[in-house]
Write a protein that binds this ligand. Structure first.
Ligand SMILES: C[S@@+](CC[C@H](N)C(=O)[O-])C[C@H]1O[C@@H](n2cnc3c(N)ncnc32)[C@H](O)[C@@H]1O
Length: 285
């Protein structure tokens, strides 16, 4: 940006062109979100004021946000939040940015959790707390335990639980998968499931900015899913259900492993909005 006068429309066009030239997937949307954030408004506010010239202070608020996006930092980290299941979650670089695919897991988990009586729920690898907090908010009689191997992630999750008014019903525990021997009725997890060989081909936004410990899970991406199916056998009530998010193409292998373990019996594989097999749903044998 030179010292000449820029209108909101011109700065949006400039940032959009710059992002597109760098191969960023949604250049216009990203430009709008970042400029709106810098100006303390929303996207509608921008369009109501498109021809207004920016003052110096506004231009210097926009510049660092655009610079971060040019380095392929995800918009959610720059803004510090992402919406999930209709609620706003704080996100930092210590947690995976919650994905719309994971709403499929939440939908099916909620179907298993009664709204008229207590239910003990465990969320393994809670990250930002997106799943645990959503379940606690949608099912006020459920008590939720949320684990993560990362203390930094648990801090973000607890903050989200407090902001969204459910901190009193979620117990956060730092653990490798789980700890203790309390029993659960429903266990959910969106674990790391990227195969080591696929890490290099991920988008720069994911590969360079999201925590590696939230993504990679061994040679075929199933290491944590297998460990989780074995570890949860000891802490499930009779007829407990386990719902695990998996990567594209992993559902059959995950369900086969569950059957072979004899502790879990496949109930269904649920598809996400893109028709990809996304959630392996198991019942305790
Ligand atoms: C794919 S992220 C999911 C985060 C969040 N549940 C979501 O759906 O947005 C996986 C999470 O599992 C955690 N994790 C990885 N290995 C773990 C382990 N062995 N035990 C517990 N948590 C683990 C990571 O720190 C990360 O927060």
């Amino acid at each position: 940006m030179t010292a000449r006068t820029w209108t909101i429309r011109e700065v949006l066009d400039w940032a959009t062109k710059d992002f597109a030239g760098r191969g960023i997937e949604s250049p216009r949307l990203d430009a709008e979100l970042l400029v709106a954030e810098a100006l303390g408004t929303d996207r509608v506010g921008l369009y109501l004021d498109l021809h207004r010239p920016l003052v110096d202070g506004e231009r210097s608020s926009i510049r660092p946000l655009v610079a971060r996006r040019r380095e392929r930092e995800p918009v959610a980290y720059i803004l510090g939040h992402r919406d999930f299941y209709g609620r706003r979650f704080r996100v930092t670089c210590d947690v995976l940015i919650p994905r719309p695919d994971t709403e499929t897991l939440v939908d099916h988990a909620l179907d298993c959790i009664p709204s008229d009586r207590p239910c003990r729920v465990l969320d393994i690898g809670t990250g930002s707390g997106a799943i645990a907090v959503t379940i606690a908010a949608e099912r006020p009689l459920a008590t939720v335990t949320a684990t993560d191997i990362s203390q930094e992630a648990l801090n973000v999750a607890a903050d989200n639980a407090e902001r969204l008014g459910v901190l009193d019903r979620i117990r956060f525990e730092r653990a490798n998968l789980l700890s203790g021997n309390e029993h659960y009725d429903v266990i959910v997890s969106n674990p790391p499931y990227i195969a080591r060989s696929e890490m290099a081909s991920l988008q720069a936004e994911v590969r360079e900015h999201e925590p590696c410990g939230a993504l990679e899970a061994g040679e075929d991406g199933l290491d944590i899913i297998r460990a989780l199916m074995l570890a949860t056998q000891a802490v499930t009530a009779a007829s407990a259900q386990l719902l695990i998010e998996v990567g594209a193409g992993q559902a059959a292998s995950a369900a086969d492993f569950a059957s072979a373990s004899t502790a879990w019996q496949p109930v269904a594989v649920h598809r996400d909005l893109n028709r990809i097999e996304r959630v392996v749903h198991l019942r305790r044998t």
